[in-house]
Design a protein around this ligand. Sequence first.
Ligand code: FMN
Length: 200
Amino acid sequence: VLLICGSLQTKSSNRALLEVVRSRLVGGATRVEELTNLAHIPPFNPEHQENGGPAVAELRDRIARNNAVVISSPEYAAGIPGALKNALDWIVGSGELYGKPVALLSAGTTGGHYARDQLIRSLTWQGAHIFAQLGVAAPRTKSDRGGRIVDPITVGAINDLTDVILRIGQLPPDDRLKLVEQITGAAGVEPGHIAPVPDT
Ligand SMILES: Cc1cc2nc3c(=O)[nH]c(=O)nc-3n(C[C@H](O)[C@H](O)[C@H](O)COP(=O)(O)O)c2cc1C
């Protein structure tokens, strides 16, 4: 599972959400890794699609070699951070997210409703299967002094989302698509944009 934090801040509530995901997964058979070079990905230029440099190559490689991706993103002015959108633009053409299961989290003042809707639309248009999503409003009220998420309801909800990640690869294609359709439908994304489940 690849974790991607859309915030570049060192003390990030979105990274804190991803740490709950990581804690749920460590100790099991699942390998977890985190993308750490978001700030080093150059501005997207379609002319350089074939050779975007080492940071883009790493992004593409990490997405390709993981079976699922979890993105936790803040919301900035009712949208996603530019650094995250920029990174995602680099993989529209190369297609590493096509048919890939992706779970979305957003921690922030409001729980990032607009950020999640933007991600659901944009990622679905590039073929990703958004099968789970969760917003966490006012994350500081759910954290301890060190920034760790400790609110039991929030931890429980993230654990539930993480458990779906573990099952997603084994779900029959129709069941996976039902999860995806629920989320895309609620976000107003046209079903024709949903990619088919890839053959395993
Ligand atoms: C420039 C800026 C714009 C923001 N806009 C929104 C917003 O539109 N909606 C919202 O819920 N929170 C907004 N916030 C608050 C962020 O959600 C909050 O700072 C969040 O904790 C950032 O995530 P992080 O802790 O992972 O960096 C904004 C914060 C900044 C710095």
